[in-house]
Design a protein around this ligand. Sequence first.
Ligand code: PRP
Length: 214
Amino acid sequence: MDEKRYLTFALAKGRLANKTLELLEEVGITCEEMKDKSSRKLIFVNEELKLKFFLSKGPDVPTYVEYGAADIGVVGKDTLLEEGKRVYEVLDLGFGKCRMCVCGPVKSRELLKHHAMIRVASKYPNIAKDYFYNKKHQTVDIIKLNGSVELGPIVGLSDVIVDIVETGSTLRENGLEVLEEVCPLSARMIVNQVSMQMQPERIKGLINQLKEKL
Ligand code: PRP
């Protein structure tokens, strides 16, 4: 029974999806249709294995998985923390490693130390709120931005930012530095809660196969 139904994967467009497909290939799961980069198709099928794949914007992956439109998703831990959806996080895939940090000009270090009322710009307002309110017990003003967040302190919009740091070069090139680390990040596999109950053997089998390759 289990094997007849399609298992659907939602992957975050870009580097994470490519890395995920490489990993899936290692356990014998391929999707030839997806390799055609000129295709405008949104959903790809492997009939033999009864698998479907689709690519979406990262923040939408947990939404598809929560509602069961996808059984399985791969997305960054940053997105999972920010979106706060009800899904099972089953595996740290180990790639896409980076850190969520509070960053800013060195002069903002004092403001953080003295728990001053500061302005924090971030693409991740929920993560920023949780860090400052619940972990640091510091009242701050959080300003949501949609990208190029490093501009915040440079143009005087905010005192600090909460953002992803990977190599640190964006910070260095803009005269900013890491002031505090919020948490480490990497790509995670997530599973719909009902799918896990309905197809436990198939999904757990896949998780175990992937674990052996990590
Ligand atoms: C991310 C992040 C930083 C940068 C960090 O931005 O928000 O800006 O990468 O990487 P680094 O430490 O290696 O320099 P992204 O390129 O995703 O674009 P965005 O600023 O529009 O979010």
